[in-house]
Design a protein around this ligand. Structure first.
Ligand code: SF4
Ligand code: SF4
Length: 58
């Protein structure tokens, strides 16, 4: 399992990035964030802080 960011809904705020304990959230086109699903440990910390709730378990 892993978490995934809905690219269409991400507002590029960056709040999720520093919350990840394994640093598997990186910057994509237009500053949108993307999760490396192979590295994600499924902790949910990013989803808890996203202001638009666009991060969810796959
Ligand atoms: S669920 Fe946890 S490990 Fe996975 S991307 Fe979010 S903060 Fe990082
Ligand atoms: S917290 Fe949500 S809206 Fe902000 S960069 Fe992360 S995924 Fe995008």
């Amino acid at each position: 399992m892993a978490y995934r960011i809905s690219e269409a809904d991400c507002i590029s705020c960056g709040v999720c990035e520093p919350e990840c304990p394994v640093e598997c959230i990186f910057v994509e086109v237009d500053e949108k964030r993307k999760i490396d699903e192979n590295a994600c440990i499924d902790c949910g910390a990013c989803a808890d802080v996203c202001p638009v709730s666009c991060i969810a378990p796959v």
